[in-house]
Each structure stands twice: as structure tokens, then as C-alpha cells.
Design a protein around this ligand. Structure first.
Ligand code: TXA
Ligand code: MG
Length: 342
């Protein structure tokens, strides 16, 4: 079975808003990655998200709303949150804040905080306004796999488990939103790096922003099983966003190595390699961007990992990205995709 791919017409949005109001699931485009959305106020609807993704119940969901006013119905917005909202919403920033009572426990994995964001993808915004509901949405992929940045990725990963995909084209950012814990506004903490940097947040708030290092929770596992306690952020799972093919990160890929390697090893460069001999090797040589631009590389990374993963290679060797903050989100996802021990 395959899901219906809806073009974003008025009629389609009205129909999909109806599906969501009745407790159904819709895969939606966002500027970061495609999400699998359900009414955030409906426990049963949210249970369907966990079932479709095979996602552990301990992993809380992000609630998407159309406006700051709507955000205030699900979370307690402190002055710092309002400042960040003014600076970055609509956009790829998720804030963790004390939750309001209307938000069911399934959304927050029983935590007393909720993650909330106002997305900027115009099609998703139209749908949010049309249905008038806060929508809980994790990335629209089977749990632990590479996030979807095109409707066909959703179709391939979840097409036999969901009925509706709203087509909003390829995602503009391509990496999941920055998640910032703002429960204590004097000490904001970035739980997951994204397109909005810790520095940009610090600049708006005028306070230091810390970043949480990834760490594996005891017992955390890539499965639908109970793992004990609620996760603070997906970053806590060392291995995540992973292709099935073994991925290895190296400081630099030498053309000579690529030319000498067997046909079952694929290489992923940060920039298009200059050596013309590599062009003749076809699909097993790929790159994230023409000339090393971090935004372009972020937009392409999941697509490239998928294509290489589907190529049937024994191993994918990828170049590490620079240590600068513009590459922080990309470095985080590549590191996690390469982590061993599912
Ligand atoms: O860009 C994005 O954020 C995409 C699009 C669809 O909006 N969504 C996304 O969702 O990446 P997901 O489920 O893959 O990641 C959401 C993460 C969870 O893994 C969870 O750890 C964190 O957000 N989170 C949610 N609620 C939280 C809370 N109350 N406290 C701390 N972290 C929370
Ligand atoms: Mg995800």
C-alpha cells in the first residue's frame, strides 16, 4: 500500500485538516525535515505516531503551532522565550518550556515541559491555520533512520503505514530544528544543534548559552521497547539518523585512496572533488555541496546518505566537516549517523 501524495491545494488542505481533526496522521513538509503530524491534544492520535514510527514512548514530541499566541496555549512562555520567538519564529527553533495542562502526557513522555515551535514552511503554516490545532510531529521516518527531506523519502519509509503525505517540495534547511531548553531563562541550554546557532541565541538573550554533549542513556536502544526514562533530547541517543550501510568518518579523503578502492566503497566529500579522475567513478563519489557551503551541505546531507545507502555499498566513507559553529548541526548528525552499536 502507498500513501496518497497531496498537492497543496485549498481542497487538499481542507481535507487533510479534517483527517487531523478526526485523529488521523498526515506527513507534512516543514523547512527542516518532513514531520508526521497528529492533533497534539488527542492522546489516541499521538499514539498512532509512535506506532507508525516504531518510536519508543520515552521520546517526547515537538508541538507545532501557527503563532506565538497559539504557543502560549500549550507552554508557559517566559520573557526570554518571547524574545527568541520575536527573533526566530517562524523558523527552525524549538523551545523547551513548562507545559500547560492541556498537553497530554504522551506528547511529553510524562515530563512537565513541552517542546514547541512555529515552523516557517508556508504549506505547513496553511495547514496549521486550516485545522486550528497544535500538531505534534516528529520527523516522518522509521525511528532511528535518516530523516526525510523530500516527500518520496516519506513514501519510501512510511508509505505502507500512513495514508496521507502533503507535498511541500524539498526541505529548505534539511536538518532538524535547534532545540533550546529555556525552562531556566538565565541558563539556556542547546539540547540539539540546528540551523540557529547557540551564538545567535546568546546574542539575542544577552546571556551565555551552553550546549549539551551527546551521551547514551543507560538502556537506550533503537527499538520500540521501554527504556525506562524520558529522554531530554534525541541527541542523547549516540546512534541516530543512521543509514543501514556502515558509515565511517575520516579527516580527509585522498583521491588516490578513492581510485584504489573497490567498487563497493562509496565516498562522501564535503565539496565537489577537483580531481577529474573521480568524476569517472559515478555514483560512488558524492559531495554535500559545490564548494563547502554549510547551509547547502545541511540541505543535502540526508538525501545523499539515503542515495548512498540504497546503492548497496559495503561501506560509506565521509569527510568530517570543519569544527566551526556554522557546521555544528551537520557535524552532530554525521557523527550520530556514524556511531556504532545500535
Ligand atoms: O525540525 C524538527 O524539529 C522536526 C520537524 C518535524 O519539526 N522534528 C523533529 O522531531 O526533529 P523529532 O521527534 O525527530 O525530535 C524531537 C525531539 C525529541 O527526540 C525529544 O528528545 C525532544 O525533541 N523533545 C521533545 N520534547 C521535549 C522536552 N519536553 N524536553 C526535552 N526535549 C524534548
Ligand atoms: Mg527524528
Amino acid at each position: 500500500m502507498t500513501a496518497i501524495l497531496h498537492r497543496p491545494s485549498r481542497t487538499a488542505l481542507r481535507r487533510l485538516a479534517g483527517v487531523l481533526r478526526r485523529g488521523g496522521l498526515v506527513a507534512v513538509p516543514t523547512e527542516t525535515v518532513y514531520g508526521l503530524a497528529a492533533n497534539a491534544l488527542d492522546t489516541q492520535a499521538c499514539e498512532r505516531i509512535f506506532a507508525a514510527k516504531d518510536r519508543p514512548a520515552e521520546d517526547p514530541l515537538i508541538v507545532h503551532v501557527a503563532s506565538v499566541t497559539a504557543a502560549a496555549t500549550v507552554a508557559e512562555l517566559n520573557p526570554a522565550a518571547r524574545e527568541l520567538a520575536r527573533a526566530f519564529w517562524p523558523g527552525p527553533l524549538t523551545m523547551v518550556l513548562p507545559k500547560k495542562r492541556v498537553v497530554p502526557a504522551i506528547v511529553t513522555a510524562g515530563l512537565d515541559s513541552v517542546a514547541v515551535r512555529v515552523p516557517r514552511h508556508p504549506v505547513f503554516r496553511d495547514l496549521l491555520r486550516e485545522c486550528g490545532l497544535p500538531l505534534a510531529a516528529p520527523s516522518a521516518n522509521p525511528f532511528g533512520y535518516v530523516s526525510p527531506t523530500r516527500p518520496e523519502h516519506v513514501q519510501r519509509g512510511l508509505g505502507d503505514r500512513i495514508e496521507h503525505i502533503l507535498d511541500g517540495g524539498p526541505c529548505e534547511v534539511g536538518l532538524e530544528s535547534t532545540i533550546v531548553d529555556l525552562r531556566n531563562p538565565a541558563r539556556p541550554c542547546v539540547l540539539r544543534p540546528g540551523a540557529i546557532s547557540a551564538e545567535a541565541i546568546a546574542q539575542v538573550l544577552g546571556v551565555a548559552v551552553t550546549a549539551r554533549r551527546a551521551r547514551v542513556l543507560p538502556g537506550a536502544r533503537r527499538s520500540g521497547k521501554k527504556t525506562g526514562k524520558a529522554q531530554r533530547a534525541p541527541g542523547l541517543l549516540a546512534r541516530h539518523y543512521s543509514p543501514g550501510t556502515r558509515l565511517r568518518l575520516v579527516a580527509r579523503i585522498e583521491p588516490a585512496e578513492v581510485l584504489a578502492a573497490g567498487r563497493r566503497v562509496a565516498y562522501l566529500f564535503l565539496s565537489r572533488p577537483k580531481d577529474p579522475r573521480l568524476a569517472a567513478l559515478g555514483n560512488r563519489v558524492a559531495w554535500l555541496s559545490e564548494s563547502g557551503d554549510p547551509a547547502e551541505a545541511g540541505r543535502n546531507v540526508y538525501s545523499r546518505l539515503r542515495t548512498l545507502d540504497e546503492g548497496g555499498y559495503r561501506e560509506i566513507i565521509a569527510e568530517r566537516v570543519p569544527g566551526e559553529s556554522a557546521f555544528a548541526a551537520l557535524a552532530d548528525r554525521l557523527g550520530r549517523a556514524a556511531a556504532r552499536g545500535r
